[in-house]
Design a protein. Structure first.
Length: 286
């Protein structure tokens, strides 16, 4: 699980080396995930034990549309802004899950949860540049809205996926990524793949095989054996690796306000995840 999160943390850095735009990159991810996980699903014989349910398949297809849209917005955000800014805003998703869950499932928010959400909000504003001399219109044109949209879609995906229990994670992902490849194919410019250099193809292969196929395989093989609290902690490896690569290799230099914002955002998210885990633990033991 830790290896999967650490590898995924480098996806923004590798995506910048592919020479492709968001639609083409997501198409590559969908095709590679379908082939990689589909082969494992078939060769392992797991497909024989699937319990197909028409209503659940419809929910899986809806989640597939949301998943692919989430990927497109995230990769587009990587194109338009520093990875540190994009990934910090994107990882508001757990907080958004808590907020949406309180409305959709009437889950009561504690004062600790509300305080952590406010801390995350302030931190995100500082990271994104709001409250500085940068005009609001310029912030919007910089793509600031994209990681927010990606985070909202990820939160929706998390909540909608709660109702999926009959099919295995491999079947679910193969269905969703296959749908994504079909939906994106008319939007993909195949000419974008012509004229690419060897280094571009190496990065594209890494995105498809390692960051999608291998990461999802490692994730599904480990997540069912780990307690929620440990998963919540390991999730932070993803943004930590992304920020380290962005600052050490791409040489992004955050301002003092952005550094304060990073500490506030991830500190607030840590409190939120611990709070969520306690709620789950109480529900499980009760």
């Amino acid at each position: 699980m830790g290896l999967a999160m650490a590898i995924f943390g480098s996806i923004g850095f590798v995506a910048a080396q592919t020479g492709l735009q968001a639609f083409e990159l997501v198409f590559v991810r969908c095709v590679c995930a379908s082939l990689f996980l589909g082969a494992f699903w078939l060769l392992s014989g797991k497909f024989k034990n699937e319990n197909w349910n028409q209503r659940e398949v419809k929910r899986i297809l809806l989640c597939g549309v949301i998943l692919v849209s989430n990927w497109v917005f995230l990769f587009k955000a990587f194109e338009m802004m520093p990875i540190t800014v994009a990934i910090s805003i994107y990882y508001l998703a757990p907080v958004i899950v808590l907020l949406l869950g309180s409305f959709l499932y009437r889950e009561k928010l504690t004062w600790l949860a509300i305080t952590s959400i406010l801390i995350c909000f302030i931190g995100t504003m500082l990271i994104s540049g709001l409250g500085t001399d940068t005009p609001f219109q310029q912030l919007l044109s910089s793509g600031l809205i994209l990681p927010f949209l990606a985070a909202i879609l990820y939160a929706l995906l998390t909540l909608l996926s709660k109702g999926i229990s009959q099919l295995s994670p491999y079947a679910v992902t193969v269905i969703q990524t296959s749908l994504g490849a079909i939906l994106l194919f008319p939007l993909v410019s195949l000419s974008a793949f012509s004229g690419l250099q060897v280094n571009h193809w190496i990065a594209i292969t890494m995105i498809g095989v390692i960051h999608t196929g291998v990461v999802y395989f490692l994730f599904f093989r480990s997540v069912r054996f780990l307690p929620t609290r440990l998963i919540s902690a390991l999730v932070f490896l993803d943004p930590i690796v992304a920020i380290l690569l962005d600052t050490m290799i791409i040489a992004f230099q955050p301002s003092i306000l952005q550094v304060i914002g990073l500490f506030l955002t991830f500190g607030g998210m840590a409190v939120t995840l611990v709070q969520t885990d306690r709620i789950k633990s109480t529900g499980e033991t009760g």
